[in-house]
Design a protein around this ligand. Structure first.
Ligand SMILES: N[C@@H](CCC(=O)N[C@@H](CS)C(=O)NCC(=O)O)C(=O)O
Length: 222
């Protein structure tokens, strides 16, 4: 297979790339890398020490790209159909904004503030500090969900009436919210809850989520 994705399946950023590949019907190999104990050769291709990194073996070296947003943009240009970025300038920019919002504030709240404490710490053998998720759930996440509830309104998709990188970026973060043992409050955020469930039911997301749940079940049992 020409494409190799380096990274762990539970990462929201790795999932974002995997969903883009699945939506475009592109085969790839997932090469597992633990970003908290990366092998030395990984540091050479990921100067920020983060996953994912993509390698395109169709190309001569250097043929690696770090960063999910850079990778997704590359995949969109290499495999344009189906398009996952709106064509018109303003909707395209709005989709990029939601990608940025997801990768920054949502990742901070859900990644560092919840998933890291409850799941990653277990994986790396550290003691969790449950006061961090409690503060995240009480103070940090509600304004994020309020904002998304307003933005989604009664629409099917976040931007431009079509599935896009905005939906992938926002809802990949929500997978980690669910993996952390939380549920979306349907009474408080009905539009967001329905939207999340709809997007997660797409085969591209559902396949990743099922695989990750099997892994998490084993982790719980261990
Ligand atoms: N902006 C990066 C963020 C990637 C990222 O933060 N990945 C996390 C895993 S979810 C990571 O590698 N963390 C390791 C670390 O921060 O040391 C992207 O979009 O790929």
């Amino acid at each position: 297979m020409a494409l190799i994705v380096y990274g762990g399946a539970l990462s929201p950023f790795v999932r974002k790339v995997r969903v883009v590949l699945a939506e475009k019907g592109v085969e790839y190999t997932l090469d597992s890398v633990n970003p908290f104990a990366p092998p030395p050769e990984f540091l050479a291709i990921s100067p920020l020490k983060r996953i994912p990194v993509l390698r395109d073996t169709d190309l001569p070296e250097p043929n690696t790209l770090p960063d999910s947003s850079v990778i997704c943009d590359y995949l969109e240009h290499k495999y344009p159909r189906p398009a996952l970025y709106p064509a018109d300038p303003f909707p395209r920019a709005r989709a990029l904004w939601f990608e940025e919002y997801a990768d920054s504030l949502m990742a901070q709240c859900i990644g560092a503030g919840l998933f890291f404490e409850r799941i990653v710490k277990k994986l790396i053998g550290q003691a969790p500090d449950e006061s961090i998720p409690q503060k995240t759930l009480a103070e940090k996440l509600p304004p994020v969900f309020d904002y998304l509830e307003t933005e989604i309104g009664g629409n099917e998709f976040m931007v431009g009436g079509a599935f896009s990188i905005a939906d992938i970026s926002v809802t990949t973060m929500l997978v980690n919210f669910l993996h952390s043992g939380e549920e979306m409050d349907k009474a408080r955020w009905p539009g967001l809850a329905a939207y999340m469930t709809r997007i997660h039911a797409r085969p591209s997301f559902a396949a990743c989520i099922a695989q990750e749940r099997r892994f998490l079940e084993k982790l719980k049992a261990a």
